[in-house]
Design a protein around this ligand. Structure first.
Ligand code: ADP
Length: 302
């Protein structure tokens, strides 16, 4: 099975002609809520493409929490290991989008910010039957490190999506990571220089490998993927699709990679699965609703 240890959010999306300035009230023209959080997105993506996907994390004891649990269940995610935290609200992202597609986003971690070693204890119970652990950076770092450590001990593959990327990531977490999957922006931030060409890409890979990461997977949007480790390096071009909205492409990528590994496939196959799921996700709007299921996924391999 696949386990995701990470964030669960409700996105609160408002549409407005322009973004307000401080002190200003203006009238928007559209509002909707949508389940999100990189962790939950990846758990849904994995559930759609594999037999079993477990989510570990927290929601608040509020209506968003109930909705988030329900939507994960509907997508086929195992939610028994999600804690309902009475002490705080569910995580939310308050998003405003204007007519030029500029946005402002306020993320309030809420329950995600409370994730700690007790959540790792629930993870440990599931690890014996797992093949892959998916991590991102939207819950507290000490808990992420403890989760990675537990997975390592259980010989479960650790795939880290370093998003949102900090300027510096803990050396301990790097050394526990089997596969790191930054996009260009995230990789540039983590290595401390702009990645613009083959030379800087190679330098970035060297940086991550020197930190103890086994395999580096650079997600390059419509340019595809660059993958490198000590024994192999290759470029996989993107699948040609009609991209309309890239939200959650990266999450779909990681989920599909995990599904491939869970089916016993190789690194190269896993990257191909990731790229296919990422590409398909860009052909639909939104985060979780745009993630491909097996049927959609197969269309790219026929
Ligand atoms: P993120 O969503 O984390 O920023 P990317 O934008 O790089 O990451 O997308 C992840 C992967 O999804 C890419 O490596 C690529 O394989 C696929 N992908 C993203 N955008 C496109 C696109 N426009 N056309 C085809 N594939 C895409």
């Amino acid at each position: 099975s696949i386990i995701v240890f990470g964030s669960i959010n409700m996105d609160l999306v408002t549409r407005t002609p322009r973004l307000p300035v401080p002190g200003e009230t203006l009238l928007g023209y559209d509002f909707f809520t949508a389940p999100g959080g990189k962790g939950a997105n990846q758990a849904v993506g994995a559930a759609l493409l594999s037999k079993t996907s477990y989510m570990i994390g927290r929601v608040g004891n509020d209506s968003f929490g109930q909705e988030l649990l329900a939507s994960l269940k509907v997508a086929g995610v195992q939610t028994d290991s999600i804690l309902i935290d009475d002490t705080t609200s569910s995580g939310v992202a308050v998003i405003a989008v204007d007519d030029r597609s500029e946005n402002t986003i306020i993320v309030v971690p809420g329950a995600n910010g409370k994730v700690n070693h007790t959540d790792v204890e629930r993870l440990e119970k599931l690890l014996p039957n797992a093949s892959v652990l998916l991590l991102q950076l939207e819950v507290p770092i000490p808990a992420i490190i403890a989760a990675a450590e537990a997975a390592k001990k259980a010989k479960v593959k650790v795939i880290l999506d370093p998003a949102p990327a900090p300027e510096k990531l803990s050396d301990e977490l790097y050394s526990l990571t089997d596969i790191i999957t930054p996009n260009e922006t995230e990789a540039s931030r983590l290595v401390g220089f702009e990645i613009t060409n083959q030379e800087t890409m190679t330098k970035a890979v060297e940086f991550f490998i020197s930190k103890g990461v086994e395999t580096v997977v650079l997600k390059l949007g419509n340019k595809g993927v660059f993958c490198a480790n000590a024994s192999d390096s290759f470029m996989l071009p993107a699948f040609q699709v009609n991209a309309i909205d890239t939200v959650a492409a990266g999450d779909a990528f990681n989920a599909a990679m995990a599904a491939a590994f869970d089916s016993g496939l190789s690194l190269r196959e896993a990257i191909k699965w990731g790229a296919a799921a990422g590409a398909l996700t860009t052909t639909k709007k939104g985060a979780q609703p745009s993630l491909p299921n097996k049927e959609t996924f197969d269309t790219l391999f026929r």
